[in-house]
Structures are given as structure tokens and as C-alpha cells.
Design a protein around this ligand. Structure first.
Ligand SMILES: [Cu+2]
Length: 146
């Protein structure tokens, strides 16, 4: 089989291609590291959130760490700021549908979203944690600044 001959003339272009592809590889952007979220701890207890007013900046990724100190509670945020029309995209953008973010006694629940639009977002306990109207005053607000 004398007609298959590998010469230096064949190898050089191949080498050039290999080098070029290697260069392209190193120029690819590194896997983006998600910006660390703004962590806000909230304690839920009968019948209040502590704190009941939290702050974030527009565009910021927010991580609420909700902890119950007594019985099951939950935290449900309005997705639209106070007074805004609910036609457009929501002001708070969740990676996963929010569900009721329920948390049991002495447990912690992480709620993560991007606070896309400035405004005041009300939140409330999503668990019927009292027989009377006490549960209704278990509310709070998140103020998202420009
Ligand atoms: Cu509650």
C-alpha cells in the first residue's frame, strides 16, 4: 500500500486547524456564574412577619429565607406592584411558579425571584393560621427601589 503517504505537507494544515479550534475554544465565554442573590431573612410567627417591610433594588435577584417559629405559615407575594395594571409582564419574575411557599414549624423555605420592576409589593400569609381574623393582619410589603 505505497499510495497512502503521510507527509509533513499533509500534517501542517491539520495542525493549523487543530490549533485554530483550540483558540476558538479558549475564547468561548466561561459558564456564567449567577450573581449572588440579595438574601432577606423573614421570620413568620403568629400573627406577624418579622420584618414586615423589606427592601430591594430593581433588577436585583432576591432570595427570601422564610422561617416559621411556631406553626405552619406561608408567604405569598403579589407579582404586580401596588396600583399597576396586571396586563403586562409581572414585576416579580420567579424561576419556578411560586406556589404558596408554605413553611412548617422550625423549617426554612427559600423563595427566589428577580425584582424586575420598582414599586411596592404586598405579601401575606398564605396559610389559614387562625380561626378568626388574626390571620388577615399577617401581612407585609416589599419596596423595590429604582
Ligand atoms: Cu400565618
Amino acid at each position: 500500500m505505497g499510495n497512502i503517504r503521510i507527509t509533513a505537507g499533509c500534517l501542517l494544515p491539520l495542525l493549523a486547524v487543530l490549533l485554530a479550534s483550540n483558540v476558538v475554544k479558549t475564547q468561548e465565554p466561561a459558564t456564567p456564574v449567577p450573581a449572588s442573590p440579595h438574601v432577606i431573612e423573614i421570620a413568620a410567627k403568629t400573627f406577624e412577619f418579622i420584618p414586615n417591610e423589606i427592601h430591594a433594588k430593581a433588577g436585583e435577584r432576591v432570595q427570601i429565607r422564610l422561617r416559621s417559629t411556631d406553626r405552619p405559615h406561608g408567604l405569598k407575594l403579589n407579582l404586580y406592584p401596588e396600583g399597576a395594571s396586571e396586563d403586562g409582564p409581572p414585576g416579580l419574575v420567579f424561576d419556578h411558579p411560586q406556589d404558596e411557599a408554605k413553611v412548617d414549624k422550625h423549617h426554612e423555605r427559600v423563595i427566589e425571584f428577580v425584582a424586575a420592576r420598582p414599586g411596592t409589593y404586598d405579601f401575606k400569609c398564605s396559610v389559614k393560621c387562625s380561626m378568626g381574623h388574626d390571620h388577615d393582619r399577617m401581612t407585609g410589603k416589599m419596596i423595590v427601589d429604582e
